[in-house]
Design a protein around this ligand. Structure first.
Ligand code: SF4
Ligand code: SF4
Length: 611
């Protein structure tokens, strides 16, 4: 077949389709978010953004029970959410194959924590593969379906950021048909209560050794013995990195991370003087080898957190007598000013944070773009733990501190539309049912923006772009027992200020304020933009405190040396009007998209040049 240029995520998606999958479900989460987006570009299977990883897992489980090939994708923290159905379903002798892709994030590039999903594989007794390149993503995902079918077990395909996002040539193979076998009632397999589930438990204890023997028999590992002084045990991107950097080293490459081919590893170890395990995060392989009596080293050379990069590999093996020390550490560019994470220009969350700061309201944050409200210049959100945790955390803190000297008045928990649908609704029920009085602020920006602008049940648009019923959050929250609900437009500062003051500072909870404002990336450049008249501007910097990237303080040639006035880069302004609303002297004005205002430009810039 003709080779394709695909990312790792796209290669997994192609394998899912070519494996005859009937149902694929996911909740968006980096680094695996693009798998389902890519699956949805193919016909012939059901693809959906589910409301959470648990629901995605349950949808895939249902398809597997029906005898169809099923797939679910999630990031590492998503397994925590999906664990409840997964940990029980794994005791099932599968009818249709089920493959779960999980994206780990060594180095915490875009996650609230680092987890090592290999622990889940062992804990749930589910085999796990770990590809390194887009071709391996394709091949191992196809293999995962075959292993799942052969041994009637769910199979994990573990990915990391590097593998998900690298692009490379992929040669696909003939696709296979996996027509659904249909559901055959069988209490031992599908009705997980004692005594049936005890029988199922015994079945798993037999299943895993069978998989282990099959792996041991030469499936999913490669032993390359060269220099006898040191042998490396590794997998994933580190395998190719070491082969390229230090081609003389002996290497044992693992495709299966669980179960491990321990006899083959012991044989490899017997052919070299020292074994070094190179693995990101926990010493999983190292510990398993040591438990099996195979002498090896690992974490005395590498950290148990973060990514393992080429510099680290070179430095460690130079210390062991292989290759050269890296010539120079990577240097940071010195001419780029440090910049913190910030809201996009025109983000509807910005005016909300401006007002929460202005009113001095204590807020619990959650997982979403609004996390930026915990950074300067806002410093508004005080806590953030995990998806939809802000509601429960506020409830617990409120009860713990009630009546004490530490009591926090007017505590508000902030949550987004997608996060509320994901796992926030049970906390809303708890809030009303158990009589909590802290307040809820629901940020409805009509998007799951942080992971790339996916639609969700609130927008009512599916991953294939079909229009479906959109959830009315106000009605849902009322139906769950919070009857005091008010909606306000996020971009209208005066109206928002009035509602926030009344609801958050003057009224008693329980109550919910829903602020609505479409994600700026969705309406970009539909509106006119704003500009500053430097002769009206008094240089008070109120607009800069809004924290919008296009706004900066500048020197104008016709004004006294050292006197700075505001400037808006019109190429980046999306016209949300928030800076216009805070300027005390009306120095910020609205222009038409195709008009250049007749005002001076700052020193060093030509008209329209990006600041
Ligand atoms: S109007 Fe002001 S706050 Fe809104 S995007 Fe433009 S510069 Fe930023
Ligand atoms: S808020 Fe208005 S007056 Fe103050 S710096 Fe900005 S443009 Fe100038």
């Amino acid at each position: 077949m003709e080779p394709l240029m695909l990312t790792g995520n796209e290669a997994v998606a192609r394998a899912v389709v070519d494996s005859g999958t009937r149902v694929a479900a996911s909740y968006p989460g980096s680094p695996t978010v693009q798998i389902l987006e890519a699956v949805a570009t193919y016909d012939g299977l059901h693809a959906e953004w589910s409301t959470s990883e648990k629901v995605a897992c349950e949808v895939a489980i249902g398809a597997s029970m029906a005898g169809a090939a099923a797939f679910a994708a999630m990031k590492h923290v998503g397994i925590n959410i999906a664990a409840d159905p997964l940990m029980t379903f794994t005791w099932t002798k599968l009818n249709g194959p089920l493959v779960i892709a999980v994206g780990d994030d060594p180095g915490q590039i875009s996650s609230q924590n680092e987890q090592d999903s290999r622990m889940w594989a062992e804990y749930a007794m589910i085999p796990m593969l770990h590809p390194a390149t887009p071709q391996e993503c394709y091949d191992m995902s196809r293999l995962a379906f075959d292993v799942s079918e052969r041994f009637h077990t769910p199979v994990f395909v573990r990915l990391t950021d590097r593998t998900c996002h690298m692009m490379g040539e992929v040669v696909p193979r003939e696709s296979v048909e996996r027509p659904p076998r249909g559901f055959e009632p069988d209490p031992v397999r599908y009705y997980q209560v004692p005594p049936y589930s005890r029988e199922a438990r015994a079945m798993v204890e037999q299943r895993i050794p069978e998989v282990a023997k099959w792996v041991e028999d030469g499936h999913g590992w490669r032993s390359e013995v060269r220099d006898g002084r040191v042998g490396v045990v590794t997998f994933g991107p580190q395998y190719y990195m070491i082969r390229e950097l230090l081609p003389e080293l002996s290497i044992f490459k693992l495709d299966f991370l669980w179960p491990l081919p321990l006899a083959a590893l012991a044989n490899f170890a017997s052919q070299v003087e020292r074994v070094i395990v190179v693995e990101e995060l926990f010493p999983f392989v190292e510990n398993k080898m040591k438990l099996a009596g195979i002498a090896c080293e690992g974490k005395e050379h590498f950290l148990s957190y973060g990514e393992i990069d080429a510099q680290t590999v070179l430095r460690v093996f130079a210390g062991l007598g292989f290759g050269e020390e890296p010539i120079a550490a990577f240097t940071k560019p010195t001419d780029a000013p440090p910049r913190g994470a910030m809201f996009c220009p025109g983000c509807p969350h910005r005016p909300v944070m401006v007002l929460l700061r202005e009113l001095g309201i204590f807020c619990h944050g959650d997982i979403g773009c609004y996390l930026m409200g915990s950074y300067p210049p806002f410093d508004v959100l005080k806590t953030s733990v995990s998806m939809a945790a802000s509601l429960g955390i506020a409830q617990g803190m409120e009860k713990a501190l009630a009546g004490t000297e530490h009591e926090i008045e007017n505590m508000v928990s902030v949550i987004g539309d997608s996060t509320l649908c994901h796992s926030g609704l049970p906390s809303v029920i708890n809030y009303a049912y158990n009589g909590h009085r802290s307040k809820m602020l629901i940020l409805d920006n009509r998007s799951t923006s942080m992971t790339g602008l996916q639609d969700n049940p609130v927008t009512g648009i599916t991953v294939r772009g079909e229009q479906k019923h959109g959830v009315d959050l106000a009605e849902v929250v009322k139906a769950l027992g919070v009857t005091n609900v008010v909606k306000v437009n996020q971009y209208n500062l005066a109206e928002c200020r009035k509602v926030f003051r009344e609801k958050f500072l003057e009224e008693e909870g329980p109550l919910a304020v829903i602020v609505t404002g479409t994600c700026a990336l969705k309406y970009r450049k539909k509106f006119n933009y704003y500009y500053v008249d430097p002769d009206v501007c008094i240089g008070c910097r109120t607009c800069v405190q809004v924290g919008c990237p296009p706004i900066s303080m500048r020197q104008y040639a016709h004004q006294p040396e050292g006197e700075l006035h505001s400037y808006i880069d019109r190429n980046r302004c999306v016209g949300c009007s928030v800076c216009y609303q805070v300027c005390p002297v009306n120095a910020i004005k609205r222009s038409k998209l195709d008009e250049i205002p007749d005002v001076p430009v700052p020193v060093g810039l030509s008209e329209g040049e990006e600041s």
